[in-house]
Design a protein around this ligand. Structure first.
Ligand code: HEM
Length: 504
């Protein structure tokens, strides 16, 4: 045999072996899956698990979170068990305090969560526990706590509102053009969080509403990572990942684009110098050398700060469309605090003026209470434990607290819990905060959201900018929000609106 034909045979034998290996892996995974599903079906016959497995809950509820709310409301303890998922779901503030603060060490995010998002988030703060989390938390708290970075963030938001959001809404005003407000807010918050984290402007809210390759890759990567969690067994997506098939193949491509983009940003900073820049990446580069670690940290921030703000704003404007009286009160407060907004390049509202607007702050908190962007969040018990409501937690159990359901629980918020009522936060016209364990919209305890103040300031700025200049009319006011499965609450079909510029 000459060398060409021997390498031909060698390659063919390798291909046959690879094919056999892959087929075996696939068959094994499918076999394990069938056993897994069979076990689930045979294992638990309780009403909740049955309804979960055969999806019969969809007959009565549009959204999974509404069904959970119904179950949690009925439960005498405010907690339920979904046995087939090994999951305790709770809406009891004392349980929440126990998980997020008192026994924090016993309830890490855990491996089942971190493997789902691991390819996208790597070792970023959002996806790690223990020392690595503690290190990033300390470093990020120092950075985000500084006045200079808050002013920097405020400047970014202000400029995006002035140069993009307002011109876009003005252009759509009065001409019966339908705008999807959810899409507008997603573009808006993506521009902001990228400028804040990378010092890079993707320009997603430019007038032509361009397609940004980075935004698309990032969206796809977070969507497909979240969808891993919907698979009946993790074996399915793991097998697809090994075989580089279907959604896993797309996920890999999207993550490669995110990686390449992050690397370009890091290289640019290295070439240009980073000590004078305010963005997070530049600040972290002062302490960290490892490019992969830098990429992971910054990608976590983009994920944390992007869709959450857009989701909060979308629900806010939907609620406002149902409650014109709240809109009028916000306008009155704005006109009282800022009687003549500057028409030059100065900010139309200052940080201090916003701090005086207690009603606006209450309205934003109230909207997040009814429509929290993160509807539920899970931890995994490290050891056996007993929750304050006496529920026994076996080691390895997934324990979920559910801000969406908590906002709708009579025993937590009283008989008017379903009403959008900003006044519930006010005493003699002043905003009074609630316990974060009763209102864990930003999580609570040791891992409370690091961008909370920034996010609320961003939302308030947008609300003022829009309602002081425009009347927004939701195209279909009778359509209630239905949510698509995603890491953050996202309304199916978006929020189509008409916009009209207000007179002087
Ligand atoms: C309305 C907007 C927002 C909401 C409702 C929100 C909510 C949350 C929640 C529920 C968590 C806990 C998630 C978990 O541990 O699984 C979290 C964590 C976090 N958030 Fe936010 N967030 C918002 C905006 C932001 C913004 C704008 C930023 C960044 C500038 C940000 C940065 C973070 C970070 C870094 C963490 C991880 C904290 C840690 O693990 O120690 N968030 N947020």
């Amino acid at each position: 045999m000459d060398s060409d034909s021997s390498s031909f045979w060698f390659c063919s034998i390798c291909s046959v072996f690879s094919f056999m290996f892959f087929s075996f892996t696939l068959l094994f995974s499918l076999f394990s899956l069938s056993i897994f599903v069979l076990r689930l079906k045979l294992w638990c016959k309780c009403e909740i698990c049955r309804a979960f497995l055969d999806s019969s809950w969809t007959k009565d509820f549009d959204n999974l979170c509404d069904w959970y709310t119904h179950l949690l409301n009925k439960s005498p303890t405010g907690s339920i068990r979904i046995h087939v998922l090994g999951n305790i779901v709770t809406a009891d503030p004392e349980n929440v305090q126990h998980i997020l603060k008192t026994r924090f060490q016993n309830y890490p995010k855990g491996k089942p969560f971190s493997v789902l998002l691991g390819d996208l988030l790597g070792q970023g703060i959002f996806n790690v526990d223990g020392d690595s989390w503690m290190f990033q938390r300390k470093m990020a708290s120092l950075e985000l706590g500084s006045v200079s970075i808050r002013m920097h963030a405020f400047g970014i938001v202000e400029s995006e509102i002035r140069s993009r959001l307002i011109p876009l809404l003005s252009s759509a005003s009065g001409n019966q053009r339908v705008l999807d407000l959810q899409d507008v807010f997603r573009r808006f918050s993506f521009d902001n969080i990228c400028k804040f984290s990378f010092g890079f402007d993707p320009g997603c809210l430019e007038f032509s509403l361009p397609v940004s390759e980075f935004a698309e890759a990032f969206d796809l990567a977070s969507k497909l990572s979240a969808q891993r969690g919907l698979a009946a067994s993790s074996l399915i997506w793991k097998a697809k990942r090994v075989l580089n098939l279907g959604s896993e193949r797309k996920l890999k491509q999207a993550i490669t684009m995110v990686d390449e983009f992050a690397q370009r940003m890091i290289n640019q900073r290295r070439e240009m110098g980073f000590s004078d820049n305010h963005d997070l990446l530049s600040r972290f580069m002062g302490t960290i050398d490892d490019d992969k670690y830098l990429r992971d940290i910054v990608v976590s921030f983009i994920l944390a700060g992007r869709d959450t703000v857009a989701s909060g704003l979308t629900s806010f404007f939907w609620l406002l469309s149902q409650h014109p009286e709240v809109e009028s009160t916000i306008r009155e407060e704005f006109e009282r605090v800022v009687p003549s907004p500057p028409c030059d390049d100065r900010p139309f509202v200052t940080f201090d003026q916003m701090r005086e607007m207690h009603y606006l702050h209450a309205a934003v908190c109230e909207s997040l209470r009814l429509f929290p962007p993160v509807q539920f969040d899970s931890k995994f018990a490290e050891d056996d434990d007993v929750l304050p409501d006496c529920s026994f937690v076996r080691r390895g159990t997934r324990v979920t607290y559910h801000p969406y359901a908590m906002g709708r629980m009579e025993r937590v918020w009283g008989s008017n819990c379903l009403e959008f009522n900003p006044e519930r936060w006010l005493k003699n016209g002043r905003f009074i905060p609630e316990s974060p364990y009763k209102y864990p919209v930003f999580q609570a305890g040791l891992r409370v959201c690091l961008g909370k103040e920034m996010a609320v300031a961003e939302m308030k700025c947008v609300v003022l900018a829009i309602i002081s200049r425009f009347n927004i009319r939701v195209a279909d006011p009778n359509r209630k929000p239905m949510f698509a499965p995603a890491l953050t609450a996202t309304v199916r079909g978006g929020l189509p609106i008409f916009v009209q510029e207000r007179g002087p």
